[in-house]
Design a protein around this ligand. Structure first.
Ligand SMILES: Cc1cc2nc3c(=O)[nH]c(=O)nc-3n(C[C@H](O)[C@H](O)[C@H](O)COP(=O)(O)OP(=O)(O)OC[C@H]3O[C@@H](n4cnc5c(N)ncnc54)[C@H](O)[C@@H]3O)c2cc1C
Length: 462
C-alpha cells in the first residue's frame, strides 16, 4: 500500500487530475491480455518528459516500484503491476505524433500513440510504417518498442527493431537520455536504443520514439495454397524464401485449425487438407506481382500443393484471409483454456517442429492446433485443455515445457512476439545459460540499481 504522502507528492508533480488511487482505476489497471490481475496502488499520467523524470526521481528516492503501461494488450504480463506501486500511463497526454519528416522519411512520436494512427498518418502522405501486430488498432508504439512487436508483414518488412532509429528515455534516477539519431548510419557509442527495444519496461521509460518510414508499395495480391500434409506445407514455406522470393506474409493453418474455423463459420474450407498457406506479395508493377506469384506457385506445387488460388480482387483476398484471421477465436471449440505460445524457429526447421509438436500432442493426449506467421518461422502453438480441471492444466503446462525444449534445441526462441514478462520468466533458464542471464542482470543493475522499474519481469531479479 502506497503511503498517502507519496500520492500527495505525485499530485504535486503532475497535478491532482493526473493521479488516481480509487478502487475503480486500480481494477481497470490491474489487467492485461493475460487476464491475470495485480492491482497497483496508484495510476499516474505524466503530461510530458519532465513529469516522467520528476516521477522517476521521486520514486527512486523512495523505492516505489513503477510499471510503465501502453494499452495493456501484452500476452505475458509485462504491464501488470505485480509488486503494486504505480502504473505510469501515456494514453492521456503523451499520445501525439510530433513530426512526420517526409524529406528524411522519419516519424517522431510519443509513446502513447496507437500503432494504427501512425500507419494512417504515414499513408496519408504516401509513406508506410510496416510493423502491424494483430493488436495494431489499440496497441501503443511505446508498448511495441518495449516488446519489439511484429506482425503479418514481418517476413518481408521486419519488426519494430528494424524501424527504431532513435529513442528518448528516462532512467530510473530521473536522468533523461537520447539514444540513436535521425540518420541511416550511426555507429558512435553503444547501441543503447537497441538495448531498450524489447526491454519490457525494465530498464528505462521511453518518452519519444523516432521511427523509419518507407515508401508504400502500390500493389498487393493474395494467394492461397492447399496442402495434403503440414510437412509439405512447411517445406514449401522455407523453399519459397530460399528460391529468392520474399512474400510480405506467409501464414499457415493446420488441419485442426481449418476444421475449427469451418465448424464455426461454414465457409466451405477444405477440412480434409493437412494445411493451408495464405500469402501476400506486393510491389509497384503488375508484372512484378505476377512473377512472384508464378514462382511461389512453382515451389508450392513442387511440394505437394493440390490447389493454388489467386484472389482476383479485394473481396476474394479477404475471403482467402478469412480462415487465418479467425483462427484464434475458432480453436476454442477444443477446450476452455488455450495455453498459447509464440515459439519461433529458423524457417528450415518448421517441418521438424510441427512433427515434434504432433508427437507431444499424442504423448500428453491434448489437442494442439497450430497456426501463425510461418514466413517468420513463428508458430502459435495452442495447447487446449479444460481450464476447470487442475490435472489437465498441469498436463498442458508439461506439454508446453516440452515444446519449449524442442524449440530451443532447434536454435529457436521462446518468444517471437509476446516477450517474457511474468508468464515466460520461469522458462528463461531453458533458453539462456547462467552466464547470459547474469549479463542480463548486470545490465538491469546498471540501469536500475534500486530495481524500481517493472521488478519481477524477465527473470532479472537476483
Ligand atoms: C489480440 C492480440 C493480438 C496480438 N497480436 C500480436 C502480434 O501480432 N504481434 C505482436 O508482437 N504482439 C501481439 N500482441 C501482443 C501485444 O499487443 C504486443 O506485445 C504490444 O506490443 C503491446 O503493446 P501495449 O501498448 O499494449 O503494451 P502493454 O501491454 O501495456 O505493455 C507491454 C510492455 O511494454 C512496457 N511499456 C509500455 N510502454 C512503455 C514505455 N513508454 N516505456 C517503457 N516500457 C513501456 C510495459 O511495461 C510492458 O512490459 C497481441 C495482443 C493481443 C491482445
Amino acid at each position: 500500500m502506497l503511503d498517502k504522502k507519496h500520492v500527495k507528492a505525485l499530485r504535486q508533480i503532475v497535478g491532482e487530475e493526473n493521479v488516481y488511487d480509487d478502487k475503480a482505476h486500480m481494477i481497470a489497471y490491474s489487467y492485461d491480455a493475460t487476464r491475470t490481475r495485480y492491482e497497483p496502488d496508484a495510476v499516474v499520467f505524466p503530461r510530458h518528459e519532465e513529469d516522467v523524470s520528476a516521477i522517476l526521481r521521486y520514486c527512486n528516492e523512495h523505492h516505489i516500484v513503477i510499471t510503465p503501461r501502453g494499452a495493456g494488450s501484452g500476452f505475458t504480463g509485462g504491464a501488470l503491476p505485480a509488486n503494486g506501486g504505480i502504473v505510469l500511463g501515456f494514453e492521456k497526454h503523451m499520445n501525439k505524433i510530433l513530426e512526420i519528416d517526409m524529406d528524411n522519411m522519419v516519424a517522431v512520436v510519443q509513446p502513447g500513440v496507437i500503432n494504427m494512427d501512425l500507419q494512417k498518418a504515414a499513408e496519408a502522405v504516401g509513406l508506410f510504417y510496416p510493423p502491424d501486430p494483430a493488436s495494431q488498432d489499440y496497441t501503443t508504439l511505446g508498448g511495441n518498442v518495449a516488446e519489439n512487436a511484429g506482425g503479418m508483414r514481418a517476413s518481408k518488412y521486419g519488426i519494430t527493431k528494424d524501424y527504431v532509429m532513435a529513442l528518448r528515455a528516462v532512467l530510473p534516477n530521473g536522468d533523461v537520455i537520447r539514444a540513436g539519431k535521425k540518420t541511416i548510419k550511426d555507429v558512435a557509442g553503444y547501441n543503447i536504443a537497441g538495448i531498450l527495444v524489447a526491454s519490457e519496461g525494465t530498464l528505462a521509460v521511453i518518452t519519444e520514439i523516432t521511427l523509419k518510414l518507407i515508401s508504400k508499395p502500390k500493389l498487393n495480391k493474395t494467394a492461397m495454397g492447399i496442402f495434403p500434409s503440414v510437412e509439405e506445407a512447411m517445406n514449401a514455406v522455407y523453399k519459397t524464401f530460399a528460391a529468392g522470393i520474399t512474400p510480405v506474409a506467409m501464414e499457415f493453418l493446420d488441419n485442426l485449425t481449418i476444421r475449427a474455423v469451418e465448424e464455426k463459420f461454414h465457409k466451405g474450407l477444405p477440412t480434409d487438407a493437412g494445411a493451408l498457406l495464405v500469402t501476400d506479395v506486393d510491389g509497384n508493377l503488375d508484372i512484378d506481382l505476377e512473377y512472384q506469384l508464378e514462382e511461389i506457385e512453382k515451389v508450392f506445387r513442387a511440394n505437394g500443393c493440390s490447389e493454388f488460388k489467386i484472389a482476383k480482387d479485394e473481396k476474394e483476398a479477404a475471403d482467402l484471409w478469412f480462415a487465418r484471421r479467425n483462427a484464434s477465436q475458432s480453436i476454442t471449440i477444443y477446450g476452455s483454456k488455450k495455453i498459447n505460445e509464440d515459439i519461433t524457429v529458423p524457417r528450415s526447421e518448421l517441418p521438424r517442429l510441427l512433427k515434434e509438436i504432433e508427437k507431444v500432442s499424442q504423448k500428453y493426449g491434448v489437442k494442439i492446433p497450430c497456426f501463425g506467421h510461418t514466413g517468420d518461422g513463428n508458430v502459435h502453438t495452442n495447447v487446449m485443455v479444460d481450464g476447470s480441471d487442475p490435472k489437465q492444466l498441469e498436463i498442458g503446462h508439461e506439454a508446453i515445457v516440452e515444446i519449449f525444449k524442442i524449440t530451443v534445441e532447434m536454435g529457436g526462441t521462446l518468444s517471437g512476439e509476446h516477450g517474457i514478462g511474468l508468464s515466460k520468466a520461469p522458462f528463461m533458464e531453458l533458453a539462456f545459460s547462467e552466464e547470459e542471464i547474469n549479463l542480463f542482470r548486470a545490465i538491469k543493475r546498471a540501469f536500475d540499481p534500486n530495481n524500481i522499474l517493472n521488478p519481477g519481469k524477465m527473470a532479472l531479479d537476483d
